[in-house]
Write a protein that binds this ligand. Structure first.
Ligand SMILES: Cc1cc2nc3c(=O)[nH]c(=O)nc-3n(C[C@H](O)[C@H](O)[C@H](O)COP(=O)(O)OP(=O)(O)OC[C@H]3O[C@@H](n4cnc5c(N)ncnc54)[C@H](O)[C@@H]3O)c2cc1C
Length: 511
């Protein structure tokens, strides 16, 4: 357990110009705006609800209000509007449009993609306070600022649950708008697949309701490419009864690199008959306490059922000489904490770190693939100690529920895979390391892809680094991107929502 704990704690280990200066800013897409900082407070403030708060460099702590999980290529903001109502969002969007100020919805601040860094001197619309969850039988109405922890807690108290992301501090809708992987997806599909209705505030401040029967094309796009179309103030999502005897068996193994081929060979066998109850995570990491010289492998199995049933999956991994082997039985809400994804875990802290991720979906493992990546990880993190908090993740989430949803019914482009692999290159901001760090991430992804023998890179949009082709994030069938572009023209003709994995890059062009 001590080893597990040291692994878990390791698991991831401005603007201030003179007040009242007249700002004349040019954003990345040549949008000019001339607005005094205090002007936003004076002019927009009276239009907002009592619960709304405006933070800028003269009022409140702008640095704190714009803190992000990963800081490489961050957006910059002159003001933050912490909204309390849907109308606050509408007023802020209208105000921003009047002054040609770019804006971005921010919930829990885990957005990682480099395209966010194209937004300069904008208004951050913080929706985190809008986190009300109302349960109505088999559905829940969820405001746009709820987090995964808000969801799990509110639903569990009513003996319900639904698919959310696995990490407690992450927003609920940020993942869902790009798909949304979670522990329950083997049963029910992605978080996006649970949505039955969404209220969206469009770029001009109008509100539309979307569902399979109303604005159905926009509803299609919201589930997979949703960050590109508006600010979702509220959704209705399916929820499920928690079965009466619901327990999760968890077993963790920590191995030295010598076991890599056995572990990944066995892992590939899991794929043959992986049941919906099973999830597995492999992580390459470094811990000086366990091994000061070489990287290590952590491998965990989470099984929804008793240990006797999980035995079939866990037993083979005990043969490969783990340095530690721990286990326990938990409830569903405890899973995030036990896997290092809890609200108090290191992974949930916004610590001024560059965390650059290069995702790739894999259908399985080829002989030598795990070892090639482990060797690269071991070598690079050994050569550059500043990168030693980096992680290589292989998230194995059952996909029966995901595959059961018709492929063309949402903008999620991929529903069959075995593992979501991603190096998370982690280091304190240091420009002299940026090239090495990015090359490290790229090399790992290229190595993984070369073993697949395919030229198509499938990257989860919510993990994308921002260097991927549109097809990698939104699908290789031509009609998908064409349809998304047509919908952009219709619902976001000024391309105001162009910061997070943009379908169209520039404002006013690209159509
Ligand atoms: C530690 C960690 C764990 C993660 N775990 C998972 C996981 O288990 N499953 C998974 O699928 N993904 C996971 N992700 C990826 C996650 O899906 C994205 O990072 C997601 O965008 C984060 O949402 P957020 O609200 O936390 O971040 P934010 O930065 O606040 O939001 C990200 C972007 O989403 C958009 N957005 C957010 N809310 C709204 C809204 N209401 N309306 C319109 N647009 C909105 C905005 O464009 C914003 O830039 C994880 C990421 C991290 C860093």
């Amino acid at each position: 357990m001590a080893i597990l704990h040291s692994f878990l704690s390791l698991l991831v280990l401005v603007l201030s110009l003179c007040p009242l200066v007249h700002l004349s800013e040019v954003s990345a897409n040549n949008v000019h705006h001339n607005v005094k900082r205090s002007q936003i407070r004076d002019e927009l403030g009276p239009l907002l609800s009592k619960g709304a708060v405006i933070v800028d460099s003269e009022s409140g702590n702008l640095t704190e209000a714009t803190k992000r999980w990963q800081v490489f290529a961050s957006p910059t903001f002159n003001a933050v509007v912490q909204v309390a109502t849907e109308n606050d969002i509408i007023q802020t969007i209208r105000y921003a449009n009047t002054h040609s100020i770019p804006f971005l919805a921010v919930n829990a601040g885990h957005g990682e993609i480099k395209s966010l860094g194209n937004l300069h001197n904008g208004i951050q619309i913080t929706i985190r306070a809008m986190n009300k969850i109302t349960i109505n039988g088999d559905t829940a109405v969820v405001q746009g600022g709820a987090s995964n922890l808000d969801m799990t807690t509110a639903l569990w108290n009513a003996k319900k649950y639904t698919v959310t992301g696995t990490c407690e501090c992450v927003g609920f809708l940020g993942p869902a708008l790009g798909g949304g992987h979670g522990f329950l997806q083997g049963y029910y599909g992605l978080a996006a697949d649970q949505l039955v209705e969404a209220r969206v505030i469009l770029e001009n401040g109008t509100v539309v309701t979307t569902s399979n029967t109303t604005n159905s094309d926009l509803f299609w796009a919201l589930r997979g490419a949703g960050h590109n179309f508006g600010i979702v103030s509220e959704v209705t999502t399916r929820i499920y009864d928690v079965p009466s005897a619901d327990t999760w068996y968890y077993e963790n193994f920590v191995y030295s690199g010598e076991s890599i081929e056995q572990v990944f060979g066995q892992l590939d066998k899991v794929k043959r008959d992986m049941p919906a109850q099973l999830q597995h995570y492999a992580v390459f990491f470094r811990s000086a306490d366990i091994d000061p010289v070489n990287a290590l492998i952590s491998f965990s199995i989470m099984y929804n059922g008793p240990s006797s049933e999980a035995e079939k999956w866990t037993k083979p991994f005990r043969k490969f000489k783990p340095l530690s082997n721990t286990n326990g039985t938990y409830t569903y809400p405890q899973l995030s904490g036990i896997t290092g994804n809890g609200i108090n875990d290191a992974i949930c802290q916004h610590e001024n770190l560059n965390r650059i991720r290069y995702p790739i979906y894999l259908e399985g493992f080829k002989t030598g693939q795990g070892k090639a990546v482990f060797d690269l990880f071991n070598k690079t993190t050994g050569q550059y100690p500043a990168l030693s908090n980096s992680l290589m993740l292989f998230e194995g989430l059952a996909d029966q529920g995901v595959e059961a949803v018709q492929l063309d019914s949402t903008a999620v482009p991929l529903r069959k895979y075995f593992v979501l692999a991603s190096p998370v290159v982690t280091y304190k901001p240091d420009a002299t390391l940026d090239t090495v760090a990015q090359d490290f991430g790229r090399n790992i992804r290229t190595t993984l892809q070369n073993f697949t023998g395919s030229t198509e890179l499938h990257a989860y949009v919510n993990y994308a680094v921002g260097e991927e082709a549109l097809e990698s994030m939104y699908g290789y069938r031509g009609w998908r991107i064409a349809k998304l572009k047509t919908l952009k023209k219709q619902f976001d003709p000024q391309n105001a929502f162009r910061w997070y994995a943009p379908i169209v890059q520039s404002a006013f062009s690209g159509y």
